[in-house]
Structure formats: structure tokens, C-alpha cells
Design a protein around this ligand. Structure first.
Ligand code: ES4
Ligand code: ZN
Length: 324
């Protein structure tokens, strides 16, 4: 195998930094911070990574991130991700973070920002990889909590390019967050939203028509609605698709039936991303390799997916053009 996908320069647009916490680092940070984990070894941690749905994963994900306390922890975490991404040919990453997963534990917004921006600055200097940060609101919490989080982010507007919506999808439609997204747009943030991972096509419609998002994260279930597919294609709306995540969370039953090819054939701007690489079995190149192994992704399809990653990135037109 030529491993074309790993060699091509690409952008990664859907990666939760807390989901890149590898078991080894989880144990090291727990020890460094004197935090009791219910896991005693890497094997015990990995054994907990058997999920049948999104909420199974989220319970383990929120436990795992409890070891993150200091700016140094966030810097170590983001540096490790950026080094792995660079090794996979990623030249630009748009990285999600979940401040509401940290604030209730007494970790300030400033601590998180200090750590993440130290790593992204160093990665740009030493690895030649650029990155943006996207702050996600946790959709299982109420809109007032998201509003307070947006207030905390306003002084960091120059270091946070956008806002997103993640966590437990069913029962928490995008419209629940219409006011905070309107205010984020008015403040100059780009807008993205997890939709159609477990939630119905209606949630994708809401992300488009109520929130007015610039990209859809996942979007798999949009394929159930032909008029929605036509709308997404007509708008050139990008989908940040995460194949290994889809497999591990049972969004698809088998990688052999992953809809990535159908998405491309329908004219959708689909991209390939790792989501939570530590929890789902690999980084972005592993996601391409899994598709190649399961559905025989052709060279032209790989190149189209990689091109789409730049089309969909929040980069200046001149920078994008260099990669298209
Ligand atoms: C997530 Cl895979 C996924 N879906 C929704 N929210 C998330 N947060 C972290 N990973
Ligand atoms: Zn995600």
C-alpha cells in the first residue's frame, strides 16, 4: 500500500482535544495531579472503551478528562495530538474543546486557553502545522449555561475562531441553542454543529435554518432525507465525517457499509476526521486506512476527500487555494 492518504497534506476539521487523551497520558496526569481514577492500568482503561451508543462513550470521555487540571496538562495534551496529526500529514487542524467539561471542576477558561494556545503556537513553529480552536457548548446542559460560556470566550475572540455544539444529541435539538448561536455569530465566531450523528435529519435542517451553521459535524443521517441531501449539495455545505467514530459508536454496523462513497456521489463536501482518536482507534490517517481496507476507497476518492478538507476549512481563500 502506498499510504497515499497519510502522505497528502490535509486539514483535520473534527477533533475533540479531550478525545485525544491517550490512556498512558491519562494515568500520568492522574498521578501528577493526585487524582484518583477508577482505572489502574492502560489495559483497564482500554477495556472500558466498548460502546454501543454515543452516551456510553460520553460517560467514559467525561471521566477521562477529569485528570486535566493545569495549563501544562492542556499543553501536553494538545502537543501530543498536534505531533500525531503532523505525522499523519495534517498541515492545518481545527480543534474542538469543551470548556463546560472543565469549569465545574474549578479549571478556569484562562487555564484551558493558556495550555492550548501554548501548544498550538509551538506546533506552528516546530512542526509547521497551523491550527484554530473551536469552543463547543455541551448540548445536554441548558442554553443559559452556554450563554455564560460564550461570555467567558468573548475576551479570547482572537484565539477562538468558532463555536460548536456537541455531547448527547438525542433530545437536545440545535434549536435549543438558537439565541446563543445568534449572539456568537454577531460576535464574529464561525458556527458549526454536531447533527445527524444519532439525531434525525430534522436536527440537520435546524442546524442549517435555525442556527445558520457554516459546517455540519457528522451529518450521516442527512442521507435519510433526499431533499436535505439536495440542499446540502446545493449549498456546498461541508460534512466532517468520522468513520472510526461511526463504527465504534454503532452509527454504522460495519465499515463496509460506511456511507462516505454515497456522500461523495451525492455531491456532498464530505471530509474524513478522527473525532476522538484515543477512544475510537486511531488518528486521521487510520480513518482513511480503515475506509481503504473496508470499501476500497479509490485514489480519486481519497484526493477528493483531502481537497474537501481545505475547501471546508476556516482558512483565508489564498491559503486554501494553495492546497486545491
Ligand atoms: C463527541 Cl463523537 C461525539 N459526539 C458528540 N459529542 C462529542 N464530544 C466528544 N466526542
Ligand atoms: Zn465530534
Amino acid at each position: 500500500m502506498t499510504d497515499l492518504a497519510a502522505r497528502l497534506p490535509k486539514a483535520e476539521l473534527h477533533i475533540h482535544i479531550e478525545g485525544s487523551l491517550e490512556p498512558e497520558m491519562m494515568l500520568r496526569l492522574a498521578q501528577r495531579n493526585g487524582i484518583a481514577l477508577k482505572f489502574a492500568s492502560v489495559d483497564e482503561i482500554r477495556a472500558a472503551y466498548a460502546f454501543t451508543k454515543l452516551d456510553d462513550f460520553l460517560a467514559v470521555y467525561y471521566q477521562g478528562m477529569s485528570v486535566l487540571r493545569t495549563a501544562e496538562d492542556f499543553e501536553d495534551l494538545a502537543w501530543a495530538y498536534l505531533a500525531s496529526a503532523a505525522a499523519d500529514g495534517v498541515v492545518h487542524a481545527e480543534i474542538f474543546f469543551d470548556p463546560q467539561g472543565h469549569l465545574p471542576r474549578g479549571v478556569s477558561f484562562d487555564t484551558v486557553m493558556q495550555g492550548l494556545t501554548a501548544a498550538t503556537a509551538r506546533a506552528e513553529r516546530e512542526l509547521g502545522i497551523t491550527s484554530h480552536l473551536i469552543m463547543c457548548f455541551l448540548r445536554h446542559l441548558d442554553e443559559a449555561d452556554a450563554e455564560r460560556t460564550l461570555d467567558l470566550a468573548l475576551p479570547y475572540r482572537d484565539r477562538v475562531i468558532g463555536v460548536g455544539l456537541d455531547s448527547s444529541e438525542l433530545g437536545h435539538p440545535p434549536a435549543k441553542f438558537r439565541n446563543v448561536f445568534r449572539r456568537a455569530r454577531d460576535a464574529g465566531f464561525r458556527l458549526v454543529c454536531h447533527a445527524g450523528e444519532e439525531g434525525p435529519p430534522d436536527y440537520v435542517w435546524e442546524a442549517l435554518d435555525v442556527l445558520g451553521v457554516d459546517r455540519i459535524d457528522h451529518g450521516n443521517r442527512a442521507l435519510e432525507d433526499a431533499s436535505l441531501v439536495r440542499r446540502l449539495a446545493a449549498d456546498g455545505m461541508a460534512l466532517t465525517v468520522c468513520p472510526l467514530s461511526n463504527l465504534r459508536l454503532c452509527v454504522v454496523d460495519d465499515m463496509k457499509v460506511h456511507p462516505i462513497r454515497r456522500m461523495l456521489e451525492a455531491g456532498l463536501v464530505a471530509t474524513v476526521n478522527s473525532d476522538d482518536p484515543s477512544y475510537f482507534g486511531g488518528y486521521v490517517a487510520d480513518n482513511f486506512r480503515a475506509l481503504e481496507a473496508a470499501i476500497g476507497l479509490a485514489e480519486g476518492e481519497t484526493r477528493a476527500l483531502v481537497r474537501n478538507s481545505f475547501r471546508a476549512a476556516f482558512l483565508p481563500a489564498e491559503t486554501k487555494a494553495r492546497h486545491l
